[in-house]
Design a binder for this molecule. Structure first.
Ligand SMILES: Nc1ncnc2c1ncn2[C@@H]1O[C@H](COP(=O)(O)OP(=O)(O)OP(=O)(O)O)[C@@H](O)[C@H]1O
Ligand SMILES: [Mg+2]
Length: 267
């Protein structure tokens, strides 16, 4: 299942939340950094110690016609089990104009025959070269937002734009970072007219591990941020799957199938 994460403006924590979700995701997952403004995980969480060509090398592979083959080679393991992998984003945002988002979206929706989920960090909605085809094909598009008045206002406009420009059949929802500043999930959901899949608390210590590679203490895995991410991830997966099921037309019973043109079809 492909899930797109994006923001209206500012930096509400899309990358940090995406990484928290990926590290606690209930199934095998790839965090794909598709933000046209560039990837942050290698320099942040990875402290510059990990390296891979990532998206930039995929762009080159696409020119040679080997996109699908190359994808696996560009994924970095974020855990020992290979449960969580990373497609690093562009080191140089100038490369964004060369990415064929449409082909990449096709590839990401069918990763490993659908056995692997993809969390795509798409960055800010209004950015030039925003990966619209990815948002359009995603099973869910999750707008990450703060809970202040200005954040909720910006989210309202962004969601309208999202619907008009990138609206696909997928579920649209929001994820609140730092709820209660002052609005809560219920008020935000009412104001935006889309469900809130959950909230991630302000947890500066754990967030700094994810966004800037601060040393992860012994209790990092049990931090408030990662615990909440685990709950949000499970709920997001469940509601996106339920939405997908609602959008799938029921299979026609065999007896009601139209006869093939030119005869009864039974000879
Ligand atoms: N749950 C959180 N609690 C505390 N701080 C957070 C949380 N999430 C993110 N932050 C902090 O907010 C800052 C921005 O986070 P991040 O880079 O993830 O935002 P972003 O939305 O991806 O921004 P951009 O659009 O620039 O890519 C970072 O310093 C990060 O540590
Ligand atoms: Mg980001």
């Amino acid at each position: 299942m492909l899930i797109a994460l994006c923001s209206a403006k500012g930096a509400p924590g899309v990358t940090t939340s995406g990484l928290a979700l990926a590290l606690t995701w209930p199934r095998p997952v790839v965090l794909a950094e598709l933000d046209p403004a560039g990837g942050d995980v290698l320099a942040g969480y990875g402290r510059g110690e990990l390296s891979a060509g990532g998206l930039a090398d995929l762009v080159l592979a696409a020119r040679r016609g080997g996109l699908a083959r190359e994808l696996d080679a560009q994924l970095l393991h974020l855990d020992a089990e290979g449960h969580t992998r990373l497609l690093p984003g562009l080191a140089d945002p100038a490369g964004a104009r060369h990415v064929d988002w449409d082909r990449l979206a096709t590839l990401l929706t069918t990763m490993d025959g659908g056995t692997v989920d993809v969390l795509a960090d798409c960055g800010r909605l209004r950015a030039e070269y925003f990966p619209s085809p990815v948002a359009h094909r995603a099973a869910a598009v999750v707008l990450v937002t703060g809970s202040t008045l200005r954040a909720v206002r910006a989210a309202t406009h962004a969601l309208t734009e999202l619907r008009e420009r990138d609206g696909g059949p997928g579920m649209q929802a929001t994820l609140v970072v730092g709820p209660g500043e002052p609005y809560g999930e219920r008020e935000i959901s009412d104001a935006l007219g889309v469900p809130v899949v959950g909230s991630l608390p302000r947890d500066g210590k754990a967030a700094a591990v994810l966004s800037d590679g601060a040393p992860a203490g012994r209790l990092f895995a049990q931090s408030a941020l990662l615990r909440a991410a685990r709950t949000v991830g499970a709920r997001l997966l469940e509601s996106a799957a339920a939405h997908e099921l609602r959008m799938t037309p029921p299979a026609m019973p065999a007896s009601a199938s139209p006869a093939p043109a030119g005869g009864s079809g039974v000879r």
